[in-house]
Design a protein around this ligand. Sequence first.
Ligand code: ADP
Length: 421
Amino acid sequence: MSHKPKEMELLLKENTSLKNKLTNIKDSQLAIINILEDYQLEKQEKNFITERFRLSTEAGGIGTWNFDVANQNFVCDRLVYNILGIPTRNYYNKITWEDFAKIIPQEELDKISEAIKISLKKKISFCREISFPNKDKRRYLRIKGMYHMVEDKTYMFGIVTDITQEVEVDKVKTEFVSLASHQLKTPLTSIRWYSDLLLDELQDEHKEFLQEIQKSTGRMVNLVNSLLNVSRLELGTFAITPSEFNLRQMIKELKLEFIGIIKDSNINFTVNVDKDIPETYIGDEVLLRVVFQNIISNAIKYTPSGGEVAVKLSIKKEVSFKDKSIKTNNILLEVKDTGIGIPEKQKDKIFTKLFRADNVYDIDTDGTGLGLYLVKSILKEIHGDIWFSSKENQGTIFYILLPEKCYTKREGNKTFEKMIY
Ligand code: ADP
């Protein structure tokens, strides 16, 4: 049977169309295979990155966590569970605030939730250290977190590290400094004591030598006292004992204490105590004396001969808090000098332990870089505050704000050492 030409033509067309379709299918097949291969590669890459991340954090002893803010879901990896001492079989686990609360004291948890709130509000990262009792010792954790948005959803991602060993090593170092300073203190005190006695007996020329010995011993006593104070602060062994004392009298006594160095360095030293300052103040007298001594002695030390140091004690009637002005009766100490000032680029380091600004080395003064660190830490303990304004080569004003009455109390077996001038 033979096909008519029209039918033949149709069959041929159909054949060509089928061939084209087959080619298209083959192309699509190839494309799909390519896509699958790419997907496979991407998956391998992702697995590799996930595995690398997991092994690296495990090797570094770093636990990771994330917090889904809208659903209030906390997810932690196994390491966080290990650090907290909670057994787990899975690698990633949901953890609730209640689970944390079984292990970590409430006040420590509050620190973290406060940090997370601030971090979310200001869109910044945070770092907090907390501690909790664990079997027969305390464990210390450092928790860091970072704000992150994924398609309108807010998350926090972060890490947890166990810093117990770091804290313990620090403690041993501080205990060593405390012990060494203590051992140094006794012989130094007796050198001062006997040279004091000798000064009354000797001829002028010998007196000069002895005065030099005394000055150097005084500096060493102050260094040892600073080290002792810092170690007492860091070990938390110092007591805060509030009692009633005369604040006006204390300022007068401080002026007398500094009279020698004020004369030697030819400084115009003035004291102005506002009439509103009450006769009696409640607070720890020894601690406040250490604070005032440090600030006033710095002003004198960092002011060249012929300069001025003005001490002013007044009542701060208003403070601003969250854009509102609040009435107070806080006590404000201002210590203003016309000295070398603090270099602009080093201002943010001024309360850091052992920090001394570059310009102090030009004027060859003694110092340890411990005073302001100590002052700031003491004020934090007693709910006071400190800040300053300064211009290099023009002068500095330090401000110390004290609560109207300072009832803060703390048990401890040590007090703070006063400096000698
Ligand atoms: P230091 O024993 O070095 O005085 P401090 O902790 O008391 O230690 O002070 C830290 C640093 O702050 C000082 O070394 C100095 O650089 C700077 N500083 C403190 N007070 C003043 C001031 N009144 N004028 C200029 N610099 C100051």
